[in-house]
Design a protein around this ligand. Structure first.
Ligand SMILES: Nc1ncnc2c1ncn2[C@@H]1O[C@H](COP(=O)(O)OP(=O)(O)OP(=O)(O)O)[C@@H](O)[C@H]1O
Ligand SMILES: O=P(O)(O)OC[C@H]1O[C@H](OP(=O)(O)OP(=O)(O)O)[C@H](O)[C@@H]1O
Length: 209
């Protein structure tokens, strides 16, 4: 049997993904504290690749990985048409528009300044309601932008809301729900369907137990 290649992210999703795999008896070889980036589970014939969160879709899209675990935020941003196979039971949050407490999204403003890491999702959302925006691309600490007058609003992930509150901001609108999901390369899935479906079935059973 060929090895199944699995791409998953370092950081938040990595820890939770590894824990989930371990519960269904795979990926005991994973050691996220080491500096290694490839782990081989010989028993289950799986090769794990540890990537930056924002690169998981690229590896699956290109077929270097058969499946991957990625947040809906990154998948939407990539505009990739990989298969979306299964929503995982952890890490739920929201993509939201936020701004200074008490402010509202000014729908009449000729050009709304939007700071975000998620430029495609933001463009798509505002375009769909005919609002012109200027995107200010940031890579982190996005909440600072309205505080310092760099933008009118932000588009970012909100989980507990603590980061917004701590900086005097609040949610103005929720755009879409985010959850991690298992994605698959369209060709890889055809060849390794049995093995992939087997893994998903085990996760499903775990959830139902
Ligand atoms: N509070 C949260 N903030 C950010 N992401 C979260 C949160 N809760 C869950 N997630 C999910 O975890 C994923 C990984 O987040 P993480 O912070 O580890 O990556 P990152 O450092 O933002 O990645 P990159 O820098 O590669 O874009 C997100 O894409 C999202 O789907
Ligand atoms: O609602 P909360 O529970 O506060 O979580 C949301 C925050 O977490 C993420 O940032 P992250 O920690 O990834 O840091 P970053 O600013 O570098 O993206 C996200 O971009 C928000 O800032």
């Amino acid at each position: 049997m060929d090895y199944l290649t699995v791409a998953f992210a370092k950081g938040r999703l990595g820890e939770q993904s590894a824990e989930l795999f371990n519960k269904i008896g795979i990926g005991h070889c994973l050691d996220l504290k080491s500096r290694k980036l490839v782990f081989i589970d010989e028993e289950n014939k799986i090769k794990f690749m540890l990537l930056k969160n924002s690169d998981v879709v690229t590896y699956v899209d290109n077929g270097v990985a058969d499946i991957g675990i990625v947040g809906m935020d990154m998948l939407k941003e990539s505009r990739s048409d990989v298969y979306q196979l299964y929503n995982l039971p952890f890490g739920y949050c929201n993509m939201s528009i936020a701004g200074m407490k008490g402010a509202e999204v000014d729908r009449n403003k000729s050009i709304l300044r939007v700071a975000t890491k998620f430029t495609n999702s933001a463009k798509e959302y505002f375009e769909s309601r005919g609002q012109k925006i200027e995107i200010i691309k940031l890579n982190g600490s996005v909440e600072l932008a309205p505080v310092l007058g760099l933008s009118d609003v932000i588009v970012d992930i909100v989980e507990t809301g603590n980061t917004l509150r701590a900086n005097g901001l609040e949610v103005m609108e929720e755009m879409f729900e985010i959850n991690p999901l298992i994605i698959a390369n369209r060709i890889g899935y055809k060849f390794k369907m049995k093995q992939i479906d087997g893994i998903i079935e085990k996760i499903r059973n775990l959830e139902e137990a």
